[in-house]
Design a protein around this ligand. Structure first.
Ligand SMILES: [Zn+2]
Length: 99
């Protein structure tokens, strides 16, 4: 593992293994509160791969508060109540946004 500190910002150089894996530096994980088994979000932005700690959000509206989890997906209270109103309380609400 090679690490270089350049100027005031930190740039860390890592080698990607044959399976495409890379180890995130522990000090970076610690500073973002990322620990083992946490989910992270990867996105491709122009010529960069951006890694963020995943913040759960409603699969329908994107809200990040008052969430309930169903099979690894999140729905907010507002969307849940709306679905309940549309489909009724006995609705078979499936996960994954099936239509
Ligand atoms: Zn919602």
């Amino acid at each position: 593992m090679k690490r270089k500190w350049i100027g005031m910002s930190s740039e860390v150089f890592r080698t990607i293994d044959n399976l495409g894996r890379v180890v995130l530096p522990s000090d970076m994980r610690r500073s973002l509160g990322i620990s083992e088994d946490d989910e992270i979000e990867l996105s491709l932005e122009k010529n960069r791969i951006v890694i963020r700690k995943r913040i759960p959000s409603c699969i329908f509206c994107g809200r990040k508060t008052h969430l309930s989890e169903f099979d690894g997906k999140y729905i907010c209270q507002g969307c849940f109540l709306l679905l309940e109103k549309v489909f009724g309380k006995s609705a078979d609400v499936r996960q994954g946004g099936q239509e």
